[in-house]
Design a protein around this ligand. Sequence first.
Ligand code: 5GP
Ligand code: MG
Length: 192
Amino acid sequence: MRTLISTEELRTGIAGLARRLEAHYQGQPLTIVALLNGSLLFLADLVRELRIPVEYDTLRVSAYRGEATTAGEVRVEVGQVPAVRGRHLLLLDDILDTGATLQAVGQLALGWGALSVRTAVLLWKPDRTRAGFRPDDYVRQIPDVFVVGYGLDYNLQYRQLPQIVELDLSAAEAGQGRSEEHTSELQSRVDI
Ligand code: 5GP
Ligand code: MG
């Protein structure tokens, strides 16, 4: 495991995104809708950084992929449609990989009556993203590696880490069942 993006780099990157959003939505009614669970910490830090009025909500999305992991078919189910009629909607997600999830939610959101629909992600893996799709804004581009921390999980673990860490998936699989131990070991290193 190695740190890819430090807590401080996350903070300055999110502040940069906040400044761009302030410029874009100045004087406009803005609602940010974050996709659970991965973008919860991102949402919390972003809204506290924003110096314009903003409403926020969260959305639980179930994405069912086809057999192949790269399959374009993602069925999205939204529990409750957020109240964005007459407001500008910014969809927030933790990471844009193939783009299937955000593209599907974005399509759905077009029917919610928002004045506009845009997307912003914390991390973007451009090498993996389907042709012709990109987020409207993002904090950092990363290479095609598996990352955890700052909301991102591996088998529900590691979301609590305050930085983005690259996880060696084969090592993680070999150490299955010891992940809590790994987390506390990392946490104590972070606290130093
Ligand atoms: P997409 O639909 O863009 O292919 O996938 C987006 C979702 O895949 C993310 O919301 C996240 O749940 C998962 N994902 C993609 N890459 C990573 C990664 O490097 N780490 C983790 N933890 N999840 C990832
Ligand atoms: Mg996710």
